[in-house]
Design a protein around this ligand. Structure first.
Ligand code: SF4
Length: 106
């Protein structure tokens, strides 16, 4: 009797943990894409496509400047989107850009 209760408890704990792991993985995968119209994005002139940056407003910008080679980008290489330390809880486009761009060292 005791054995059964213990086994049932252990199975419930195991099931509970896998639900937690699955939901945290989902929460990470579901981080919303940063909208170009988000007030903070607007303030930093964020754009999801670096080739569309206004050259008159940002004469020092080049198409080689992309989020995925910016120091503040923490996404994985070759992923289309990833987190940026400036926009917590959102994902920026790997091919994006904003006026806070800092070339990744190395
Ligand atoms: Fe992209 Fe860098 Fe601007 Fe973040 S700080 S949005 S990674 S250019």
């Amino acid at each position: 009797m005791e054995q059964t209760t213990r086994r049932t408890f252990m199975m419930q704990v195991a099931a509970g943990s896998s639900v937690l792991v699955a939901s945290s993985a989902m929460a990470q995968a579901a981080a919303p894409k940063l909208d170009d119209k988000d007030p903070q994005a607007v303030a930093l002139a964020y754009i999801a496509d670096t080739t569309k940056v206004d050259a008159k407003k940002f004469p020092k910008h080049t198409a080689a400047q992309r989020c995925d080679n910016c120091q503040l980008y923490t996404g994985k290489a070759k992923e289309p989107m990833g987190p940026c330390t400036l926009f917590a809880g959102k994902q920026v486009a790997a091919a994006g850009w904003c006026s806070a761009y800092v070339k990744k060292a190395g």
